[in-house]
Design a protein around this ligand. Structure first.
Ligand code: KIV
Length: 272
C-alpha cells in the first residue's frame, strides 16, 4: 500500500470516506485521558476512540457493561481537550441507548454537549435502525459496530470469533448494509473471519475498520494499552504488541524505589 497520502489538517467523517475511496488505510486507537490522547494525536492517528473498553482498562471491570454515561463523558472530555487533528468517537455505554430511540438521542446529545466529541459509536445492527436515524437527525455522526460486540457478552457466552457459521455471516452482511443505508459514516467489525470482513468492506462504500478482522478492511483499530504492552493479561491473536511498557514501567518504578531508599534521589541538582 502506497505511503503517498493526502495530508489532512483535521479529520472529518468526509476525510474517512475520501481515504477509503483513495485506498488509504485508516488508523484508529483508543484513548481515555488527556495525556495519552495528546501522544496518540500528535503521532498522527486518524480516529481516537474513547471506547467503553475504559470499563476494563481504566476501571478494572471484567466487562464493558458497568461503565456509565457520566464516566464516558469524563474520559471523553479529557481526550477532546488534547486532540487537535483526529476525529474523536465516543462509545455509547451499555444501557444508554438500547431501550428506545429517544433515550439513544438523549444520551448522544449529552455526550456531544458535555465532552465536545465529534461522533458516537453503537453496537448492533437492524434493531438500532430507528435509534441511529433519530441520532443522525440531530446532526450527530454515528459509527456502527458488528461482529463481537462486547456489550452483548452475556448473550454470546464467550469472546470467541463471531459469524463463522453461514446464518450469522449472512445476518452480519445484512446488518452492515442496513447500517450504511441508515447513514452510519463507518463501521467497526470485531473478531470475525478475514474473508467475511473483506466481503463487507467490498460491499460497503463507507469505511470498515477491523479489529481481529484481517487486513482487507479499510482500517485497523486496537486498544492502546494492549498495543503498548501496558496491559499484558489480554492476549488474543489479533493484538500486535509494539512495546512492552509494562516491563519498562516496572523497571523505572523499581529504580525510583531503590534510589529513594538509598537517598540517591534527589541529588544536589534536583533540589533548591
Ligand atoms: O471499546 C473499545 O475499545 C472498542 C474497540 C475494541 C473497537 O469498541
Amino acid at each position: 500500500m502506497s505511503e503517498n497520502k493526502k495530508t489532512y489538517k483535521r479529520i472529518t467523517t468526509n476525510s474517512l470516506f475520501e481515504m477509503k475511496s483513495n485506498n488509504e488505510k485508516i488508523s484508529m486507537l483508543t484513548a481515555y485521558d488527556f495525556s495519552m490522547a495528546k501522544v496518540v494525536d500528535k503521532a498522527g492517528i486518524d480516529i481516537v476512540l474513547v471506547g467503553d473498553s475504559a470499563s476494563n482498562v481504566m476501571s478494572g471491570h471484567e466487562t464493558t457493561l458497568p461503565i456509565t454515561l457520566d464516566q464516558m463523558i469524563y474520559h471523553a472530555s479529557g481526550v477532546v481537550k488534547a486532540v487537535k487533528r483526529a476525529l474523536v468517537v465516543v462509545d455509547l455505554p451499555f444501557g444508554t441507548y438500547q431501550s428506545n430511540p429517544n433515550k439513544a438521542l438523549k444520551s448522544s446529545i449529552k455526550i456531544m454537549k458535555e465532552s465536545g466529541a465529534h461522533a458516537i459509536k453503537v453496537e448492533g445492527g437492524s434493531e438500532l435502525k430507528k435509534s441511529i436515524s433519530t441520532i443522525l437527525n440531530a446532526g450527530i455522526p454515528v459509527m456502527g459496530h458488528l461482529g463481537l460486540t462486547p456489550q452483548s457478552i452475556y448473550k454470546f457466552g464467550t469472546y470467541s470469533v463471531r459469524a463463522k457459521e453461514k446464518a450469522e455471516a449472512e445476518k452480519l452482511i445484512s446488518d452492515a448494509k442496513i447500517l450504511e443505508k441508515t447513514g452510519c459514516f463507518a463501521i467497526v467489525l470485531e473478531k470475525i473471519p478475514a474473508n467475511l470482513a473483506k466481503k463487507v468492506s467490498k460491499i460497503l462504500k463507507i469505511p470498515v475498520i477491523g479489529i481481529g478482522a484481517g487486513s482487507s478492511v479499510d482500517g485497523q483499530v486496537l486498544v492502546l494499552h494492549d498495543m503498548l504492552g501496558i496491559n499484558t493479561e489480554f492476549s488474543p491473536r489479533f493484538i500486535r504488541r509494539y512495546m512492552n511498557l509494562h516491563n519498562d514501567m516496572t523497571q523505572a518504578i523499581k529504580k525510583f524505589i531503590s534510589d529513594v531508599k538509598k537517598v540517591d534521589f534527589p541529588n544536589n541538582k534536583e533540589q533548591y
